[in-house]
Design a binder for this molecule. Structure first.
Ligand SMILES: Cc1ncc(COP(=O)(O)O)c(C=O)c1O
Length: 392
């Protein structure tokens, strides 16, 4: 069968290769320690689960949820945003419910790009940003992230000829996979750059809470673009509240962008189940200590993994944010990041992500998701150490 041309961009997928390798390793009796997906293993707070369970008991919750039905959620978000960032947003025109933030960032290019228009994407970056651009038949210009620039892009590297055809830029800090954070000054420069070239600035912000001890809270994009001229920001409940499987998020920003995204989504979905939305409303009111506890667990896990790997000779810079570790493959190993990860899972059962899955610039790196307890991470690190001895 002949598929649309745009699907050719999805053909080679290192994550699919990894998934098959995990299945093969399992079949040969290996116990899999899966650190390849950023899906939190920590529990949802009981008060959130209770709100969802109560909704399940209510027969009125089972119908389609139209946009009007999300009003209470949008009002709760507006309240939360004032409390959190001191900025007023109109729940009617500047907030939109999403079925997870990935859904929003992947649909946004359909609002903005005509076929052949460019989007500027971080490389390495979150794969669904590229996926959304491909679905809209857009083109990608990579913003290369280098360790010597603290994994921040240099906007002056984008050629003028590309900028003239660019309609969208997607940033995301704290950053998956590199774990980099960005300052207000960085975002001010990004906003100025987008204003100059008439580019929509989207900020994917799932790790808003995931910064470790002593690190300043990361800025929200509307703290920079006060007038909401050209920005839209994407939030999720997957990380701060461990609600990834429940698929709930939201967008805040420029009213035209919010309206455009609403129009695209109206052709595609009927919002999330209202019971999950009720859980999200309760989550927004959670005590701050609950989130800090989650973050401190990731911090302890980070320390355990890095200390154990370092004890075996693999020294990795200490991340200050997210729930990941971004590590350069040891110099004495010549395998590509995909080969490295395939061999690792095949011989030890430990699954991590090849850097190349996040873009060309990710080659030479691997990403660990800290989604198992400290003891399991220590065991994984020991298995990796044995594997490295055999490889080197
Ligand atoms: C940068 C980034 N955006 C979006 C997501 C997915 O968020 P959600 O579960 O809300 O779709 C992730 C998940 O790892 C992520 O790292």
């Amino acid at each position: 069968m002949q598929f649309a041309q745009r699907l050719t961009n999805f053909k080679s997928n290192v994550f699919a290769d990894m998934s098959m390798a995990k299945t093969r390793a399992k079949k040969t009796g290996k116990e899999i320690i899966d650190l390849s997906v950023g899906s939190s293993d920590l529990p949802v707070d009981p008060h959130i689960a209770k709100a969802i369970a109560q909704s399940l008991e209510d027969p009125a919750t089972y119908g389609y949820l139209l946009h009007d039905g999300t009003r209470k959620f949008r009002e709760a978000i507006a309240q939360w945003y004032i409390k959190r960032y001191g900025i007023e947003v109109d729940p009617e025109t500047e907030i939109l419910t999403l079925i997870g933030s990935q859904e929003g960032t992947a649909h946004l290019p359909l609002v903005i790009l005509d076929p052949g228009d460019y989007a500027l994407l971080l490389d390495p970056g979150y794969p669904s940003h590229a996926g959304g651009v491909y679905l809209a038949s857009g083109k990608i210009y990579p913003l290369i992230l280098r360790v010597q620039n603290k994994f921040l892009p240099d906007f002056s590297e984008v050629p003028t000829a590309i900028l003239e055809q660019t309609k969208l830029m997607i940033l995301s800090y704290p950053h998956n996979p590199t774990t980099a954070t960005a300052t207000r000054t960085f975002f001010e420069n990004a906003l100025e750059f987008c204003q100059k070239w008439g580019i929509v600035l989207a900020h994917d912000f799932p790790y808003m809470d995931m910064v470790y001890e002593g690190i300043e809270a990361p800025p929200s994009i509307l703290q920079i673009d006060h007038q909401k001229k050209l920005s839209i920001e994407f939030f999720t409940f997957s990380k701060s509240y461990n609600m990834g499987g429940l698929r709930i998020g939201f967008a805040i920003g420029n009213s035209q962008l919010i309206d455009g995204l609403r129009q695209v989504k109206a052709a595609i979905d009927f919002n999330q189940y209202v019971g999950i939305i009720n859980g999200a409303i309760v989550a927004l009111d959670s005590p701050v200590q609950n989130i800090r506890k989650t973050v401190s667990i990731f911090q302890q896990r980070r320390d355990k993994l890095l200390t154990t790997l370092s004890g075996h000779g693999w020294h990795i810079p200490v991340p200050t944010s997210t729930m990941y570790v971004w590590a350069k493959i040891p110099e004495n190993i010549s395998a590509s990041s995909l080969e490295f990860c395939l061999q690792l899972v095949g011989s030890t059962g430990v699954a991590i992500s090849p850097g190349s899955g996040f873009g060309r610039t990710g080659e030479g790196y691997v990403r660990f998701a800290l989604v198992r307890d400290s003891d399991t991470l220590e065991l994984a690190a020991q298995k990796i150490a044995t594997f490295l001895t055999g490889m080197g």
